[in-house]
Design a protein around this ligand. Structure first.
Ligand code: BGC
Length: 815
């Protein structure tokens, strides 16, 4: 475990408090149950053997739905009937509403839902919320179909409606990339891929489809979107987020929230979204998950807050605080982060839930409270947290009831939170229709949804190198396909896919039961013939497989496609000590380059930008597919063979060295930025040309946005989608080093061969405002370069004079 400083805590208790399985980096491959049974009242130890869920259905090919991409739900108000309802509840019932228990607590020794345990939690502790899939906890099935999942949620709901306060429960689930925990729920590419598309509509669709498939399982709340900036690329959660850039991430955030929620107060195919994790999670100082972060508050406001603000502005009904410590202060206990900033400054009025066991962890892990009761007290006193993801014991309930009874916490404090919780239940329709809508199940896995997932993959895959026209491949090429990631669905899915850390080795690809495909299957579909495939190397890079035969086959081929990448992981199990891909994977490329001497195309399937050693030199072509999801196989094949022209762009800086692990496009401009590939970079098969950018004015004043106009032409030979990206770089900023580049606008255009399009992108002076150390917004009156796709080497830019209203200009008094 990485939490060694607390030597006086037994490893077990640390793991328990963190909600972690004890296994760590070497856990990949076996089913990693989350905190299984550590505090369970059931004394049995479950076997770990789960069955495949054999429910089959023929999803409809297509269905109609309400496009709500422009709908923002009305303001968050608490209705009178909800206030009356709160007034009728006892202290214990109020505390129960504020408590969320993980489903592993109600799975019996036989792997099935244990109704006595459900009654225990609801009767004794009045619990009002559950979370997670039984499939992460040795439930009966490894991947629950909508029908079997709904059986679990509906049973719990039935018990809740006849027990205690008879209030419906709300169920939360990490449907972060489609309903990844619902069998057949269309698994989308990861957040990084979504961002790489530079196409907000795809983020909207991913949210909408995830919501529908989640709701089909009787689940009402998705813990998504994930909005942390992926700054330290060592971080195991890099792939969950929309990249490193505040603007790109904000655009995706807004679209995603609208997709999840739509008109959720009326539309029962939608769920509540949850902006997470608030805040600053993406810059762990040493790259390990949950390590503390050092981010000056004005920088937090400048870079990390915008995606969350965008989610709030899009009406996100809920939020989740972030694990751990920012600038030495525990987020969970911070009045500043969770009340002042989130509620008052940013205007979040919805339900705030803790991350897993975070209140207890204050005492158990971070040493930021005397004991669990003390942690509960200060969390409730200082912050506006509404619900505790407890998730495994009665400590929060017992402590809170005691604290109210002895007067340390007022009952009014509970009322405030319970009102928000019950309002959300009402808005989601749980008082009128608490059970799963079985009719939704027939749309789960429909071709229409699968195509939406594939489109996201198609538009995200990023061509980083293509020398000598190695790609696209021709059907007449004799191609040898090599590498473990090319013949696997599960590695394309990564973590948060079927299970928390992805499918186990024992399950392999069988668990998907056809809901997905591999690259090799995709190639077969594109070319009409099964390609020659060899594994060649183990995914963990521990050894070669039949290397002599691989070399012989490579000599005999016209071209070689090598799949490199990562095994699946989530959170702590993905901690690494360095960015380099496993050495044997890299050696494979060197061996084939020197011995076979054939053109090599490398396909990366990885959750974070791993360093590639000599591969960028040795390979003739490189495609980054990120984690394209269970349906990523066909899109990769289509791009390899030129059926689809790559149009993804890097949403993160791709480091060349370990020292660049936290390099970003927005770092101070005087620091060397020479990564392997820069943010926003990506190639296509066609030849594009931009014509000069013209600005509607040479001065940019506050309150008067300007327009940048430019023309982009496709000189062929393929149709090409192109994300036109507008960046700014300020020439100087008195006292505050300017950013290298900031993305300010983008638009993805579709260009036929020979076609030209003129694009207009807006820029306002307010966007160029920055936060100073005294947490005031400032504008520097100084020239700004407006650059279009600066990393394409086309050098299209113009300069504008930025003017600032006097109250925004820094003066001596500010220093
Ligand atoms: C993660 C959250 C997730 C929660 C519930 C935590 O470990 O940090 O992102 O929503 O578990 O599964």
């Amino acid at each position: 475990m990485r939490f060694a400083p607390l030597v006086h805590y037994a490893e077990l208790s640390v793991a328990v408090a963190f909600g972690l399985a004890l296994a760590n980096t070497d856990s990949a491959g076996s089913l990693v149950v989350r905190n299984e049974g550590q505090n369970s009242l059931l004394t049995c130890s479950r076997s770990g053997a789960q069955e495949l869920d054999n429910v089959h259905w023929d999803p409809v090919e297509s269905y109609s739905y309400q496009n709500t991409s422009s709908v923002v739900p009305g303001p968050w108000v608490i209705d009178r009937d909800i206030i009356r309802m709160v007034g009728k509840l006892s202290i214990e019932e109020k505390v129960g509403q504020m408590s969320q228990i993980q489903v592993g607590q109600v799975i019996g020794c036989d792997g099935k839902l244990n109704e006595s345990m459900v009654e225990h939690w609801i009767n004794k502790w009045k619990v009002g919320s559950f979370l997670e899939t039984p499939g992460n906890h040795d439930g009966e099935f490894s991947w629950y179909s909508p029908e079997n999942f709904a059986d679990v949620t509906d049973t719990v709901q039935r018990i809740a409606l006849k027990t205690g306060p008879k209030l419906p429960i709300i169920w939360g689930l990490d449907s972060v990339r489609g309903a990844n925990y619902v069998k057949g729920g269309t698994i989308f590419p990861s957040g990084t891929s979504t961002a790489a598309t530079f196409n907000q509509q795809l983020a909207y669709e991913a949210g909408r489809i995830a919501a529908k498939d989640t709701r089909a399982a009787g689940v009402h709340w998705s813990f998504a979107p994930v909005l942390d900036l992926s700054v330290n690329k060592l971080w195991s959660r890099t792939y969950e987020n929309f990249g490193e850039d505040p603007y790109l991430s904000s655009q995706m955030s807004s679209a995603s929230v609208k997709g999840f929620q739509g008109d959720y107060k009326h539309d029962r195919s939608r769920v509540a979204a949850c902006l997470k994790h608030f805040i600053g999670y993406g810059y762990p100082f040493d790259g390990s998950d949950r390590a503390n972060r050092h981010i000056a508050t004005h920088e937090l406001l400048e870079y990390y807050v915008p995606p969350f603000q965008a989610a709030i502005d899009a009406g996100s009904a809920t939020a989740m605080e972030s694990y751990g410590v920012v600038n030495g202060e525990a987020v969970m206990l911070s009045h500043y982060y969770l009340t002042q900033l989130l509620r008052k400054q940013m205007g979040f009025a919805g339900l705030l839930v803790t991350d897993w066991a975070e209140i207890n962890s204050q005492a158990d892990i971070y040493a930021t409270a005397r004991n669990r009761t003390h942690a509960t007290q200060i969390a409730l006193q200082r912050t506006s947290v509404d619900m505790s993801m407890v998730a495994d014991d009665e400590s929060f309930m017992q402590a809170t009831v005691d604290l109210v009874k002895n007067g340390a916490i007022s009952e009014a404090r509970l009322d405030e939170s319970v009102a928000r919780i019950l309002q959300l239940k009402k808005d989601l329709g749980l008082f009128d229709s608490p059970f799963a809508d079985k009719a939704l199940a027939e749309t789960v896995g429909s071709l229409q949804d699968v195509e939406a997932a594939r489109d996201t993959a198609r538009e995200s895959i990023t061509l980083l190198k293509n020398d000598k026209g190695v790609l696209p491949l021709s059907k007449s090429d004799r191609v040898l396909f090599i590498g473990p990631t090319l013949n696997s669905t599960r590695y394309m899915g990564g973590g948060w896919n079927v299970h928390w850390t992805g499918p186990s080795d024992e399950e392999g690809d069988a668990v998907y039961q056809g809901f997905g495909d591999t690259v090799i299957k995709g190639v077969e579909q594109v070319t009409g013939a099964a390609p020659k495939y060899m594994k060649a190397v183990d995914i963990n890079g521990t050894g070669f497989v039949d290397i002599d035969k691989v070399i012989a086959a490579a000599k005999d081929a016209d071209k070689i496609v090598i799949g490199l990448g990562e095994n699946s992981y989530a959170e702590n199990s993905g901690n690494i000590d360095g960015l380099l891909l496993p050495q044997k994977q890299l050696d494979l490329v060197s061996i084939l380059a020197s011995k076979a001497k054939k053109p090599i195309a490398v396909v990366l399937i990885e959750g974070r930008p791993r360093r590639l050693g000599n591969v960028p030199k040795l390979a003739d072509a490189i495609l980054d597919a990120y984690l394209p999801g269970a349906y990523g196989g066909l899109p990769i094949a289509e791009i390899l063979y030129g059926k689809v022209n790559p149009s993804g762009r890097l949403p993160i800086t791709y480091p060349a060295t370990e020292a660049q692990a936290s390099s970003t496009i927005w770092q101070s401009s005087y620091v060397d930025y020479r990564p392997q590939w820069p943010f926003g970079f990506g190639l296509g098969y066609s030849k594009l040309k931009y014509s000069n950018v013209t600005l509607s004015s040479n001065t940019l004043k506050m309150g008067s946005p300007i327009t940048a106009k430019l023309t982009v032409t496709n000189h062929g030979p393929y149709p090409q989608k192109e994300p036109v990206q507008l960046y700014t770089h300020q020439h100087y900023r008195v006292g505050y080093a300017p950013d290298l580049y900031r993305l300010r606008a983008f638009e993805k255009v579709d260009l036929g061969v020979g076609e030209s399009k003129t694009i207009s992108l807006k820029l306002s002076a307010e966007e160029l405002a920055f936060w100073d150390r005294n947490l005031r917004k400032r504008v520097e009156p100084a020239p700004v370069t407006v650059a279009i796709n600066p990393f394409t080497q086309m050098d299209i830019h113009a300069v504008v004079e930025l003017e600032a209203d006097p109250e925004y200009v820094l003066d001596e008094a500010d220093y």
